[in-house]
Design a protein around this ligand. Structure first.
Ligand code: COA
Length: 203
């Protein structure tokens, strides 16, 4: 997630599940992705509280970012129930500057996790970013959010820095980024990034 003073949400929740979780078989055919509607604001509020309240007032911030149009938001429907959302910062094209967009937040309902919903949401977010000619996607996630980091690494994000006390509640954030330039696409399925690989820096 991002930080209130900047544009977006921030980190994610600490991994509460073991890294060696039981696979439940991703049934992607049951997952549909669609643009969020105004009537989804309450869902975004509720899930943001569950997923991010330990970091700050994201229960209020995320629906506000959605409703104000700061974040382009998609929701995932698993079976018949809305199971998650992802919010990508909308960028204004400025001539000569790189088109960088922040993934403000991604979250899946606790009951819907480990079914491939996060995978689908992130893949669709990246696809949308490419469609909008975004050159780089950046994100912040809590340094101890190992499940979130695993998801991001799986999709080609690499760690590029740490911001201390980034979140309103004082936690540090890991900064990750993914290049979307055509030449970077070939690396998308490459080895996951490791700390130090892209020159970690502390703020
Ligand atoms: C992180 C999160 C979005 C993952 O959603 P999900 O639907 O459970 O993820 P998926 O089932 O699609 O799994 C996709 C990948 O994520 C990673 N992952 C997800 N849960 C994991 C866990 N408990 N431990 C390790 N890796 C995990 C794996 O790389 C996985 O790929 P694999 O199945 O091939 O191993 C979800 O746990 C969540 O909402 N967490 C709280 C909010 C948060 O932390 N958001 C991220 C920071 S903004």
């Amino acid at each position: 997630m991002s930080r209130p003073s900047t544009s977006a949400v921030k980190g994610g929740r600490p991994a509460s599940k073991p890294l060696h979780r039981g696979k439940q078989g991703h049934s992607n055919t049951r997952i549909a992705i669609r643009p969020a509607e105004v009537s989804d604001a309450e869902f975004i509020r509720d899930l943001s509280r569950k997923a991010f309240q330990q970091y700050g007032p994201y229960e209020a911030l995320l629906p506000n970012w959605f409703l104000s149009g700061i974040g382009a938001t998609m929701v995932a429907v698993l079976g018949r129930k809305i199971a998650g959302y992802a919010m990508l910062e909308r960028i204004m094209g400025q001539a000569g500057s790189p088109r960088v967009s922040e993934l403000l937040a991604i979250a899946v309902e606790p009951w819907g996790r480990n079914h491939g919903v996060g995978d689908r949401l992130l893949a669709e977010t990246i696809r949308k970013a490419r469609e909008r000619h975004v050159e780089r996607v950046v994100l912040h996630t809590a340094v101890d959010n190992l499940s979130g980091q695993a998801l991001f690494r799986k999709h080609g994000f690499v760690a590029c820095g740490i911001k201390t006390a980034f979140y309103p509640e004082g936690q540090d954030a890991l900064v990750m980024e993914k290049e979307l330039k055509p030449e970077a696409q070939a690396r998308d399925l490459g080895a996951p990034g490791k700390p130090g690989e892209s020159g970690w820096k502390r703020n």
